[in-house]
Design a protein around this ligand. Sequence first.
Ligand code: DAH
Length: 351
Amino acid sequence: MMHTQIDEIRREAAAFPLNSSANLEDFRLRYLSKKGVLNGLFDAFRALPGDEKRTVGPAINQLKTELEEKWEAAKKSLDALATAGRGPGTTSRQKEIDEEDLSLPAAPIPRGGLHPISLVRRDVVNFFATLGFTLSEGMEMVDDWHNFGALNFAEDHPAREMQDTFFVQTNPDILLRTHTSSVQVKEMQLGNLPIRTLSPGRVYRNETVSARSHMQFHQIEGLYIDEQVSFGDLRLTLNLFAEHFFGSEAKIRFRPSYFPFTEPSAEMDVSCFLCKQEGCAVCKQTGWVEILGCGMVDPQVLEHCGIDSQRYSGYAFGMGIERLTMLRYQIRDIRHFFENDLQFLRQFSGE
Ligand code: DAH
């Protein structure tokens, strides 16, 4: 008799909906509370004759455990749902409100942010846009001519060894560009003069990955070709850029250098914005930080690309975006940029 009753309660409880906190409370009141069904069973149990008690007792206890476990499990999963769905900002009051309350504020959606490399690239591109530079992009896979040949790297020129190159195995004439200077060639060949353009992009070199160098990184190339462009124009432009990027007190200096596609060539340093030239680890106690390579486009390069070098002249410059970003945010290891570590990236997303 009591066994049938226990089975009926078990069946009824199994069908009881437990998908909201209100249901959960109804279930508790009906079965588990002081005046609930289970305690009713225990009362009836007490009135049973001794031999029946021996089989009914364990059956009621078993039912009690089942109902308690069912309730606990449902509560756990409802709580988990509430935290996952509403995020860490949820108040306990919100959790208790029924799931179907349509007046609740929507669950917050985590927003993405820009990668620090993108932030710096945009900043540089936007700055040069104010000086009239357009944006141009080239392909990451180019032929030898665009990356080397047109830029005066002769076949056996030792300068080719300045840049370890990834070649396509089946066609060694095709390679992953080692610098964005390859976009210069394409732009000059298009021949829409005057040219004043900025070319950001990814480049590749067969280098051992370390804190300071990587086999992939980003550069920004600048190119200006017109009649009577001078080194003075280059200086002025880069000075304005340094002031924009490093602050109004930034000074620049040029050191003579060598690139096959510019003559004369220079490397540009900016005064150390961290220590104000007193000497620190970033500038290696010199007060200066190297920023970019630049120079006047070699007339031979203009001719290679079909531009009359008697009439036109120009300057070019190229800089590494990782380097600028590391300086701006004081990041000490270039590998951070490529590891997609959200803890690192979230620092830049403004969340
Ligand atoms: N392409 C050079 C490099 O990857 C950087 C560079 C130097 C670019 C001088 C230029 C330039 O446009 O004029 O190291």
